[in-house]
Design a protein around this ligand. Sequence first.
Ligand code: GLU
Length: 446
Amino acid sequence: MYSDLSLAHFMDGLKKRNPGELEFHQAVYEVAESVMPFILDNPVYQHAAILQRMTEPDRSIIFKVIWEDDAGNLRLNRGYRVQFNNSIGPYKGGLRFHPSVNLSILKFLGFEQTFKNSLTTLPMGAAKGGADFNPKGKSDREVMRFCQSFMTELSHHIGPDTDIPAGDIGVGAREISFMFGQYKRLRHEFTGVLTGKALEFGGSLIRTEATGYGAAFFMEEMLAHRGDSIRGKTCVLSGSGNVALYCAEKIIQLGGKVVTFSDSTGFIYDEQGINAEKLDYLIKLKTFQRGRISEYADKYQCDFFVDEKPWGVRCDLAFPCATQNEIDKQDAHTLVSNGCMAVVEGANMPTTIEAIKVLQHAKLLFAPGKAANAGGVALSGLEMTQNSVRMSWSAEDLEARLANIMKDIHQQCVKYNEDGDYINYVNGANIAGFIKVANAMLAYGV
Ligand code: GLU
């Protein structure tokens, strides 16, 4: 059945089993292309059909979420939890609340999470979930009622040793708190069932900053490997959520110059550079006031480009930190011709396959999200540990652990890179992530 393991044959089968799930096909293709030669060299994985088994989630739970809006109308959304793989630890991964959420997007995210969590060195399996609910423009009470209804169903499928959700796009401290409260109420248990909690009830220091800090650390590692550093480099970032904001904070601390941020309305370009004080304003604007990025341009008198992406701005380093497929082939050509040296994915799969090929062909350093943004889930893993031992660690201790984990992930990528002098981080991350999970699956038998 699995004797013909050509990439094309494998992808044909996957597409037939998962019709129309384009994001999922894309995420699998990226991994399959890297690991197929490795599997063919190591037939033990082929005989146990590991790649076929790894690309099928253990289960996908889809459920109805009904809630009442402030005007008393009943509203309906669809909730999901895709439990992908628990070979190396309990299912672990975020929840996304965004109108674009569907099964394909959650399967791509859950699949990527398998490799990402494996790379962190911590014992975490993979899952992803969420709903097609849009928290934007909703009152706190509406978000609360949605979260409570969502958790009423989700609570049947998760637990601190079974599946531990966290945040993602549209799910931050407010949503996690409402969901944690509801789980506690329903189960009559105080356990570390979610990560990204507030500090008062089991959250960890540095969790909010970790994804962004980790992406900046990863960039610093890639550059250090070439005898270079972030210091003095002009950096273009997209997004203005936790990932982008704290990636910028770390870049600034490391001596880099951040000139752009974006949201769904467009991007700002501050040629002078965004310093710590301006960043502080932006963090308050985006996190607490839920304002628009154009307000930054009004306050600091810089350019705002409506409905545009920042990839045309000349830069040394680029950090896509918004969402999937935000750098296409044309954007990649623009980055190359503008002299960009390296791209680090702060978001999940922000670069299309064609765009990755353009960047790699031009020998830019390119770090896939499953390696570069793993700092977030790694800190979630450390939050779980702190909850288990009923202690909390200091920010310094946690940041040092995070930096070490990112260093370790970088080393794993370099170890499994097989492209001579040029480090192909996509292959390195995919193969290193694959081996740990695959070996666990082999050990369990069938
Ligand atoms: N949503 C984040 C990610 O893409 C974090 C997941 C977690 O902390 O469980 O990795």
